[in-house]
Design a protein around this ligand. Structure first.
Ligand code: KIV
Length: 264
């Protein structure tokens, strides 16, 4: 595999080749995922939960995101490295730019922000200044307390229409990738078909252009509540490298996610 760029991801969508993404937080796992052919590595603010043991992602700060971005970049050869903008690090276009610049200087090649059309000015500001942006809609974990818990979004027609509209607005503002989390399969399919850019799903069914998992979920080592959309690839393989190879294979063949991982 050669170095993955936004152009490659767009071409993959156009050619119907599925994109595999996974979160990474350190150099060793980044290298393993990169070696096994993951196309996108996300330094997710999920690190607040899976590394720091918090109940949500809200306490993660910029210094932590920069640190983990540097670690992941050192282990990555080919995958596109995307870093999350943590809670309250992108309240204004200028603050967004200052913080995104820190992640890019740490080696990220794209930044991800959670939310809809209220981010369009910031997205335009970033893309004009050389920072590629990934959007994130559906269940956006930084808004967990607005949602009243980690709940599937877009189940009623009004909400579904709203998420669909926001996706188009974000694309028009300049995002080059979209993460769609915990929405019904039919909505994810509609959005993936309508957008020119690739859509990466998590709990969004098989019809998106790619899939992402939190690495701890892919290894089945998440303690407590295990979301329906995850799969323990380690259980089937007994080996971490083989587990990721199987994840990449099943995503590219379209056999993961199965019906048991999806929402209606
Ligand atoms: O923070 C994260 O890991 C994420 C993924 C779940 C998409 O945003």
């Amino acid at each position: 595999m050669s170095k993955i760029t936004t152009t490659n991801l767009l071409k993959m969508k156009q050619e119907g080749q599925r994109i595999t993404a996974i979160t990474a937080y350190d150099a060793t796992f980044a290298k393993l995922f990169d070696d096994e052919g993951a196309h996108v590595l996300l330094i997710g603010d999920s690190l607040g939960m899976v590394l720091q043991g918090c109940q949500d992602t809200l306490a993660v700060n910029m210094d932590e995101m920069v640190y983990h971005t540097r670690c992941v970049v050192r282990g990555t050869t080919n995958a596109l490295v995307v870093s999350d903008m943590p809670f309250m690090s992108y309240a204004t276009p200028e603050q967004t730019y200052q913080n995104a610049a820190r992640l890019m200087a740490a080696g990220a090649r794209m930044v991800k922000m959670e939310g809809g059309d209220w981010l369009c000015d910031s997205i335009r500001h970033l893309t004009r200044n050389g920072v590629p942006v990934c959007g994130h809609l559906g269940l956006t974990p930084q808004s967990v307390h607005v949602f009243g818990g980690f709940k599937v979004q877009g189940r009623d027609e009004f909400q579904a229409q709203e998420i669909y509209r926001q996706a188009l607005e974000l694309q028009a503002a300049g995002i080059q990738l979209l993460v769609l989390e915990c929405v019904p399969t039919s909505l994810a399919e509609r959005i993936s078909k309508a957008l020119r850019i690739p859509v990466i799903g998590i709990g969004a069914g098989p019809a998106t252009d790619g899939q992402i998992l939190v690495m701890h979920d892919a290894f089945g080592i998440t303690s407590g509540y295990v979301p329906k959309f995850t799969k323990n690839f380690l259980a089937e393989t007994g080996d971490m490298r083989a587990a990721i190879r199987l994840y990449v294979k099943q995503v590219s063949e379209g056999t993961f996610p199965g019906p048991e991982h999806c929402f209606n």
